[in-house]
Design a protein around this ligand. Structure first.
Ligand code: HGY
Ligand code: MN
Ligand code: MN
Length: 424
């Protein structure tokens, strides 16, 4: 891409407006759900949050619509109606008891960018399109990034009935429950010809920026994820009357699997492999009864796709062998599969140049977390901007990013979109 001078005065994002928007979304959390934010995929509250975004963008004069996947889009026309769009956005759903910034930062930054562009009457040739993706978090249904996978053609109507949450509600039924028609999701698929580039601003959800004392990061690759559920069937029995050598203890088998998951990942950590068991259910859950059954949910991440798959395969094989030794039946169910994605250098270089326009030197780094940007990159060249997470914490009520970093990230985002507008 040709280098272009700054096309406009850098647009300074307003921290107070951003804080007001962050507070507005943080207030949309399930009542009595405990600390942090609980606004799950395809819940009533996620739709309420999309409506707040839609009202804000409509107020700025943007065209606003919701697609068949439940994604909400807003568009500011450019001077060239035939030009493809330059876009940005992120997600408004959360994990249970999550933070106030994950995904939300990218949406409030999009809202503030739209305000800056309209109030400063900044000219742009390409339409600017602002997107709130539905159901980015995989916490409820296992599959992450459902809304963005649908627009990328990676998830279709047939994939929706089989994914179920902890209460047995299917992804398809949850969509119907908020007024969407899961049989029509293919209507939401994006035409690559309608897009020129896309940039997502997100909190880092790690501690690299903080440790390098940098306020902005530019992402060069996004980790993949292989997720599975492991169900264990042992033999419930009296904890006092049953000798140790006559047990088929599902909880002990689960504990051994948790530790083998960790050891597999530790051996491949140098290549960016990470693996976690974030949830274990044990039944009947009585102190004086040996656990007859247990379930574990395993999340394997990787920047090297081959090693990610090798780690997942080794986990399944080792868990099966451990259970055979213990007389416990082991069943593995795949939940989701996403490959790691290198992000295109051309967009990455533009984001670095936009930082330079603002006197910033970003850290270029991979993302351990998955993002909508990963799926959008299937449709159009995509980049990501990171801002720091305090102590590297995320997916927790303690998740925090300084509002001045949110404002700086928003200014970098606005600068980047307008640079892309000038370059493409
Ligand atoms: O799970 C993830 O990596 C992201 O937060 N959805
Ligand atoms: Mn996120
Ligand atoms: Mn998340």
């Amino acid at each position: 891409m040709t280098a272009v001078p700054i096309a406009h005065e850098a647009l300074g994002a307003d921290p107070n407006r951003l804080r007001t928007l962050l507070d507005r979304f943080a207030g949309l959390s399930e009542p009595d759900s405990g600390p942090g934010v609980t606004r799950l995929a395809y819940s009533r509250l996620e739709r309420e949050a999309h409506a707040v975004f839609a009202a804000h963008m409509t107020g700025l004069g943007a065209a606003v619509w919701t697609d068949a996947a439940g994604n909400t889009l807003a568009e500011l026309p450019g001077t060239d109606p035939a030009a493809p769009a330059v876009g940005t956005g992120s997600h408004l759903d959360s994990v249970p008891n999550g933070g106030r910034f994950d995904g939300i930062v990218g949406v409030v930054a999009a809202m503030e960018t739209a305000r800056l562009v309209t109030t400063h009457r900044v000219g742009h040739r390409h339409p600017l399109r602002f997107v709130v993706f539905a159901a980015e978090e995989g916490a409820r249904f296992g599959q992450a990034c459902t809304g963005s996978r649908i627009v990328a053609g990676l998830t279709g109507p047939d994939d929706l009935p089989g994914k179920r949450d902890a209460d047995g509600v299917s992804l398809a039924d949850a969509m119907s429950g908020v007024g969407l028609d899961p049989t029509r999701v293919s209507d939401a698929r994006w035409d690559p010809a309608g897009w020129a580039a896309f940039v997502e601003l997100h909190i880092e959800q790690g501690a690299v920026l903080e440790s390098t004392d940098r306020r902005v990061g530019v992402v060069d690759a996004i980790s993949g994820s292989t997720r599975m559920r492991i169900d264990l069937a042992g033999r419930a029995s009296h904890s006092g009357g049953t000798p140790m050598h006559l047990r088929a203890d599902a909880a002990a088998a689960a504990a051994e699997i948790v530790l083998l998951v960790e050891s597999v990942a530790l051996r491949a950590a140098a290549w960016g492999t990470r693996a976690t068991v974030g949830r274990i259910d044990v039944a009947p859950g009585s102190m004086t009864t040996i656990a007859g059954s247990a379930s574990l949910w395993v999340d394997v991440r990787g920047l090297d796709g081959d090693r990610q798959h090798r780690a997942a395969t080794e986990i399944v094989e080792s868990a099966t062998a451990a259970c055979a030794r213990r007389g416990v039946r082991c069943t593995t169910t795949p939940l989701a599969e996403t490959p790691p994605v290198p992000l295109p250098a051309a967009v990455r270089d533009t984001l670095v140049a936009a930082c330079a326009d603002l006197g910033l030197e970003p850290t270029v780094l991979p993302s351990g977390a998955s993002h909508d940007a990963q799926q959008v990159n299937e449709v159009t060249p995509t980049g990501m901007i990171f801002i720091p997470s305090r102590d590297g914490i995320s997916h927790d009520p303690a998740e925090h990013t300084d509002i001045d970093d949110v404002a700086l990230g928003t200014t970098v985002l606005a600068e980047s979109l307008l640079r892309l507008d000038g370059e493409l």
